[in-house]
Structures are given as C-alpha cells and as structure tokens.
Design a protein around this ligand. Sequence first.
Ligand code: ATP
Ligand code: MG
Length: 285
Amino acid sequence: SRPRHRIRKASGCPRLGEQRPAGRKSPGGTDLGRVIAITNQKGGVGKTTTAVNLAASLGDRGRRVLLVDTDPQGNSTSGLGVNKKGLEHSTYHMLVEGERADAAKISTQFRNVDLLPAGIDLAAAEIELVDLPERVFRLRAGLLPVKEQYDYILIDCPPSLGLITLNALAVSDSLLIPIQCEYYALEGLSQLMATVRQVKRLYNPRIDVEGVLLTMFDGRLNLTNQVVDEVKKFFPKKVFATVIPRNVRLSEAPGFGMPVLYYDRASRGAACYLELADELMKNRR
Ligand code: ATP
Ligand code: MG
C-alpha cells in the first residue's frame, strides 16, 4: 500500500510533513522588487485565488505588494473590489500602448496592496502584441520604473501560454505554480516547463521555479495523496510545505470584492495564505 503523506496541522492549515528546502536566494538576500509570476496554463487551478490572497497576506505582514492582473477575465481586479469595466489605465495600456506602471497602478483599500487592473479589452492584446516591437518585453518595460517601490510584484497570469504569459515570464524572477489536487493535475506541466526553459534561454536567464503550491487539498481523499506523490516526483524539492485546503470562505470572498483575510480572518483559508506568505518570506532570507 502506498505511504500516506504525513500531514502536520499548524493553525488549522495542512502542511506536508517533509520540509521543503529554502528556495532561491535573491542577490544580497533582499526581497526588494521580487517579481513572481503565478502561472499554470490549466484553468481553474487557483492562480487568482493565490494571487489575491498571497498579495493581501504579504501586505498584512508589512511587505509592499503590487498585484498585476494580466488575465482578460480580470478576476484579480474584481477580487480586490475594483470595477473592471471601462478602465482608463490598465495592464492593456501598459502592454499595448507602452504606459508605465506608475501611471497605471492604483492603490486598494487593502493594507500595502496596489493593483495594476485588467479588463476584457486585454483579450485583444494577445493579437495586437504580435506586431509590436519588443513584444515579449513590454510588461518588463512598464514595470521596471516601479520595481524598487515594492517588496513583491505578483503577476496573475491567464490560463494560456500566449504572448501575455511570455511577457509575465520575461519580467519574473521566479514562478509560483498552483496545482489543483485533482485528476490530470500534471497535465500540461511538461509544456509549461518547456516554455520556462525556452524563456530562460531566450529572454530571461534568471527565471526559476519559486515553488509549487498544492491547492484545493482534501487530505481525506486517496486521490489527493496520489496527486501529492506525483507532484513531488515531478518537482523534487520544489513543493511548498504549506498546502491550501478546500475552503468555502476562499470561494466566497471574491463575491464581496475582498481577500479572505478581510472577509473572514478566522477562516482556514486566511490562515493558510498567511502561512504561505511566511514560508515565501522565510525562503528569501
Ligand atoms: P483561471 O485559469 O480561469 O484564471 P484560476 O487558476 O485563476 O482560474 P481560481 O479562479 O483562483 O483559479 O479558482 C477557480 C475556482 O475555484 C474559483 O471559483 C475559486 O473561488 C475556487 N477556489 C480556488 N481555490 C479554492 C480553495 N482553496 N477552496 C475553495 N475554492 C477554491
Ligand atoms: Mg484566474
């Protein structure tokens, strides 16, 4: 019979029994302007939930965060309570019109969290970018001027490996890959890693995997434990010890336009994203 993963409960948050070694150290050991792409071209795996709640949690811990919404669905934007219709400054304007992040970013009502919003017009960017100069480096050009103003810049990527995602990878120090504990969890990950290798070779030699985050975890299911096994095999030493459980508060909070921390601070979802923030910060020091 297969060994079950030992789960240690800490503040109600499931953790993998085995500690993940520290991630990549940034030069000088500082977090300043660390850009992390939250990406997986598979849809509905928890990218946006992670982007919004990790941003709020890092902000709560006193870190200055910019959340960049690069998904035309604009879920990170509405998840932070910002109306995604008719935006005059947005990720679209940055990518296509060359606007800089200083002009496009807005502050939110959540502690230490700024947002670069996105709306449906961003869908056109995927096509418009094709004919633009430096088409892979446009997000990088827009973000560069504000990099030093933040400890972390988190990029919520769309569920595709198109030009918008390439722009995100080209500016990122690392990527955080959420994986849903479900059948076919590993589907598409070979393709994602091939893309990352290509980006590393052609555009951005410093990019690396920050960590793999298991989401919508349910320790009672055998399936979940099988997925954990497979993911650990696929990404040795890269899986975050913090695991995000299935938690109804996490799915309710976006409907109120707020991170779970502000919707129900006592929830397990809130506790786990705070733990993820702590693990991420610890890995950098
Ligand atoms: P897309 O690829 O469409 O951008 P995504 O990867 O950003 O999707 P989310 O939008 O974060 O995924 O999550 C998909 C759905 O699952 C949402 O309805 C979200 O509220 C819900 N969800 C995400 N994580 C959890 C969780 N830990 N517990 C319960 N529900 C969750
Ligand atoms: Mg999303």
